[in-house]
Design a protein around this ligand. Structure first.
Ligand code: DC
Length: 236
């Protein structure tokens, strides 16, 4: 069974997908982390973000592993190296958005994502095109979004937790630029699938977003999880 979640940067889709996968005991597929890993490797090799040919070749060559550690946290390994933290910088966010416009890069990534889906019986995937291109037949599709201002506040907070200080105005501008590029690109742009459930989570806590999604899983897929996993009840 597959649950696919798409949405713009800072909508909380990684947190929701991670929490949902943990609650259901399923695999969590962070497709953005895969584009970020490629961006990091390209940066290290000095490949320009507009060099579609070399980037597409590199996307096919790199070995990416998503591993759940004993502490329950998921880590991403690039050619055997743990790069979980190295890919969470503003520079890599920007580069990932730039390199992901190329068709060859996307084809290679989508193939890897579908292969990962075959490894388990349940998968929660999130990104920009998981509901439209990667898993068009997903059992449940969610489009998660919030206002740019709210998403910028969250993103700034996340960066602060990593010790990275960026002024709010700059975070907002970068989020808006990334939104624009992710939505306007020719290949698999960020789009709301017609059969996705739209969730706008301005002002919601992550527990409320999870509770809402778990309720959707119960209603649409007949999936149940322990009551204790439901935060404050929010009815879809
Ligand atoms: O979700 P994220 O912020 O980690 O994603 C980083 C970039 O990767 C995003 O700006 C665009 C790209 N991306 C993509 O093109 N398709 C996906 N399915 C996921 C991410």
């Amino acid at each position: 069974m597959i649950i696919a979640i798409d949405g713009p940067a800072g909508s909380g889709k990684s947190t929701l997908a991670k929490n949902l996968a943990r609650a259901l005991g399923w695999i969590y597929l962070d497709t953005g982390a895969m584009y970020r890993a490629l961006a990091l490797q390209a940066q290290r090799m000095g490949i320009e973000p507009d060099d579609a040919e070399r980037l597409s070749g590199l996307a096919q060559q790199i070995v990416l592993e998503l591993r759940r550690e004993a502490d329950g946290e998921q880590r991403i390994h690039l050619n055997g190296e743990d790069i979980t933290h190295a890919i969470r910088t503003p520079t890599i966010s920007d580069l990932a958005s730039r390199i992901s416009v190329h068709k060859g890069v996307r084809n290679a990534m989508v193939a890897k994502q579908r292969a990962l889906a075959l490894q388990g019986s349940g998968l929660v995937a999130e990104g920009r095109d998981t509901t439209t291109v990667v898993f068009p037949n997903a059992d449940l599709k969610i489009y998660l979004t919030a206002s740019p201002e709210e998403r910028a506040r969250r993103h700034q907070h996340q960066l602060q937790l990593q010790g990275i200080e960026v002024p709010y105005e700059q975070v907002l501008r970068e989020i808006q630029e990334r939104d624009q590029r992710d939505r306007m690109r020719a290949e698999s742009p960020l789009m709301e699938a017609p059969d996705a459930v739209r969730i706008v989570n301005d002002g919601w806590t992550k527990e409320q977003t999870l509770a809402y999604a778990l309720e959707l899983c119960r209603q649409r897929l007949g999936l149940t999880t322990p009551e204790s996993l439901y935060g404050r009840s929010t009815t879809p």
